[in-house]
Design a protein around this ligand. Structure first.
Ligand code: ADP
Length: 411
């Protein structure tokens, strides 16, 4: 790696999509605390279909978004198309300034507790985890193989969604089921969204003017998928997602916590197959199952028009959220901050207000006028007198992946 290699390409491969960002990690012109500056961002959608689409925005030059439509057969073709877009801005993947590629990998099991430079053995291990992450790891593996074929000489780093949660004690990570069965099938609570929980908990400490080691934070990552975590002194001690992202909070399309016996009941009484139940609980439940919409903006609009189904869906969503805030307050003993993040957490003031309402005994309150402010910056929304800070902290998983990748390859 050359001395002026300061760029990191972050790749997030889904089954039919490829999201990417190119960041310069040592840019003096950075407007970011971390010294990082985003040079380009983009997305390839509907890979493998006739209607694929690539949207590329060269942020470094302030250029407009360029969209290309037309069939992109597979991830290899997608990454080639991305490389061409980057090259057109003078940011080609063959540039000596590119230090590494950082890959988001959803499931790292128990083996990967830190970001890891990828070699064949690491790839094999990520493949071995496919049975516990059948929807995510295969796409991540394709992304890694494609990028390695394109730049075999370049360090490539896997940053795992599960890694931040590997500090959970056994008391939080184990399900109370037969130990031999659990161990034989690697059934335990892994947790997800770890990159976001890590970033937001650290950023929250910074907002309070403290070191991460000095504070206990409850992070509420509320996107279409949603999870809560309890972070003590910078280390995760509990999180709401489990073996898979299905457990925990009510989400856009997932049920979150449910009596496992519901699944036997659906099989025995409704004659549903495992795949049908999987689809019901992961894709047709949560907000969309309750009211037909999974977008919080639409749900709020319907509530304003007096729609009762939307109101009930909102109440169920908030009730679960409140239960987790209470539970994690008990787990942590002392809470310094509650941080809301991701699409709903960053934007939906009514969700934040409703989740914290009535928690004055726990030292938590929301100031209505602070909560109404719209901003992309981390900010406090609790009144001066509140014992616990309530914050809105925009997440930045790509920056976190880039930082972890860059730190590893320059260490
Ligand atoms: P993902 O889990 O797909 O990464 P995001 O974190 O982008 O999701 O969150 C997407 C969700 O955020 C949407 O489904 C919507 O419910 C919610 N959302 C986005 N913008 C707003 C807004 N302005 N007000 C309320 N909710 C919003």
């Amino acid at each position: 790696m050359t001395a002026n290699a300061t760029r990191v390409l972050v790749l997030n491969s889904g089954s039919s999509s490829l999201k990417y960002q190119l960041l310069d990690m040592g840019d003096a012109r950075s407007d970011h605390d971390s010294g990082a500056r985003r040079l380009a961002v983009g997305l390839v959608e509907r890979i493998g279909e006739a209607t694929s689409r690539l949207a590329h925005t060269p942020l470094g030059t302030g250029g407009a978004t360029r969209e290309t439509a037309g069939p992109i057969a597979d991830h290899q073709a997608a990454l080639k198309a991305v490389a061409e877009e980057l090259a057109a801005d003078g940011l080609g993947l063959d540039s000596p300034e590119l230090a590494a590629i950082g890959h988001r990998v959803v499931h790292g099991g128990l083996k990967f507790t830190v970001p890891t430079v990828i070699d064949e053995a690491v790839l094999k291990e990520i493949e071995r985890l496919v049975p516990v992450a059948p929807l995510h790891n295969p796409a991540n593996i394709i992304g890694i193989r494609t990028a390695r074929a394109l730049r075999p000489d370049l360090p490539q780093v896997a940053v795992f969604d599960t890694a931040f949660h590997t500090t959970m004690p056994e008391s939080a990570a184990r399900y109370a089921i037969d130990v031999a069965t659990a161990d034989a099938h690697r059934i335990r609570r892994y947790g997800f969204h770890g990159t976001s929980h890590a970033y937001v908990s650290r950023r929250t400490a910074q907002l309070l003017g403290k070191a991460p080691e000095e504070v206990n934070v409850i992070v509420l990552h509320l996107g279409n998928g949603a999870s809560a975590s309890a972070v003590r002194g910078g280390r995760c001690v509990d999180t709401s997602m489990g073996l898979t992202p299905l457990e925990g909070l009510v989400m856009g399309t997932r049920s979150g916590d449910i009596d496992a016996a519901v699944t036997f009941h659906l099989k025995r009484v409704a004659g549903m197959s495992a795949d049908e139940i999987d689809e019901l609980l992961n894709k047709k439940s949560g907000l969309i199952g309750l009211c037909g919409d999974n977008d919080m903006r639409e749900i709020r609009r319907r509530i304003d028009e007096g729609d009762e189904r939307a109101a009930l869906a909102f109440d169920i969503y908030v009730h679960r959220l409140k239960k987790y805030i209470g539970a994690y307050t008990a787990v942590l003993g002392k809470v310094d901050a509650v941080a809301f993040t991701a699409g709903v957490g960053e934007n939906a003031a009514p969700v934040r207000a409703a989740a914290i309402a009535g928690l004055e005994e726990l030292g938590m309150a929301v100031d209505a006028s602070l909560n109404a402010v719209r901003s992309d910056e981390p900010r406090l929304i609790s009144p001066e007198y509140a014992r616990v800070a309530v914050a809105v902290v925009p997440t930045d998983e790509e920056l976190e992946i880039a930082q972890q990748t860059y730190a590893l390859v320059t260490a």
